[in-house]
Design a protein around this ligand. Sequence first.
Ligand code: FE2
Ligand code: FE2
Length: 208
Amino acid sequence: MPLADDLITGFDRALRTVAGVHQARRASPAEPLPEAELASGERAHAAALMRVNHVGEVCAQALYQGQALGARDPEKRRALESAAREEEDHLAWSAGRVRELGGRLSLLNPLWYAGSFAIGVAAGALGDRWNLAFLAETERQVGEHLDGHLGRLPEQDARSHAVLEQMRAEEAKHRASAIALGAAELPVAIRRAMRVAARVMTIVAYRI
Ligand SMILES: [Fe+2]
Ligand SMILES: [Fe+2]
């Protein structure tokens, strides 16, 4: 029953994503680095920023899962699945960092996941060129967002910086691979709408 298997695997993955219990396949880039001395306000700020990044990864995970369902071409489906595996590491690393900083994950993760999954399924249904276009644009916006957070994190928080830098490098690679596989260029209006949605998410997830 391949469809039932897919559904069960997908559901299991969704639950683990929302609960923040993904296992990383690779060690966190933070691992070799010492924990910084942070004032309590700085620590809370860093934890909130890392919670936002974790939500971004929850969304990426849902988007990839939704899109992989619709990808027609096996080569593209494989590329989506391989990027999704790296996104699982990002999920685990950012969740780990939130916990190390004494923070908690977003209470709205089920909502973020469901919304992004729906967008992913819709993008997947539009065909591979548009599916990849959404992906390339998402990865671009996530990369820009990570740049912003790298500037806002307390400078001495080397462990968070290491996680975000590795994620940023991999998002750039995901974007390049989506473009190489033939991503279309999204209309400006859609790119703007995505930016607005991402902005709302970052403001809300910083707090909740
Ligand atoms: Fe990611
Ligand atoms: Fe990515």
